[in-house]
Design a protein around this ligand. Structure first.
Ligand code: HEC
Length: 111
């Protein structure tokens, strides 16, 4: 009987571990950014056509709700936050999961 109760915390630990795995290493994230075409307009710490990703991360630091908004913006494109140059829409060219992973990566740049 006792063993059954032990399963529950073990399962929760597995689910948490699964989420951690969803975060990319820096090398993997940069390879994905390159493959997705992001680096044509962005670099980590210099403004190119779009803002430096360290500036993006600093701007939204501490605002957890921004992740979802940025994912939406990359999917649909948009302008007006950093200037009048628009960012092109990326969906469906880049898979949703890849866009989420890239935004997650960009937002860690301020740490
Ligand atoms: C053709 C050039 C171009 C490409 C390619 C591009 N971006 Fe951008 N990006 C921009 C511009 C310009 C802005 C600023 C938009 C604005 O002022 O609202 C921007 C803004 C952003 C922002 C901040 C958005 C905000 O509202 O603050 C993020 C995050 C971002 N880009 C990520 C990406 C990712 C990830 C990719 C690859 C999938 C990518 N960009 C590809 C030009 C580009």
């Amino acid at each position: 009987m006792k063993a059954r109760w032990l399963c529950i915390p073990a399962m929760a630990a597995c689910m948490v571990a699964g989420q951690v795995n969803a975060e990319l290493s820096k090398d993997d994230a940069m390879a994905l950014a390159k493959k997705s075409g992001c680096l044509a307009c962005h670099s980590i710490d210099k403004k190119v056509v779009g803002p430096a990703w360290t500036d993006v991360a600093a701007k939204y630091k501490g605002d957890a709700s921004m992740k979802e908004k940025l994912v939406g913006k990359i999917k649909a494109g948009g302008k007006g936050v950093w200037g009048q140059v628009p960012m092109p829409p990326y969906s469906p060219r880049v898979a949703d999961a890849d866009i989420e992973a890239l935004v997650g990566f960009v937002l860690t740049m301020s740490e």
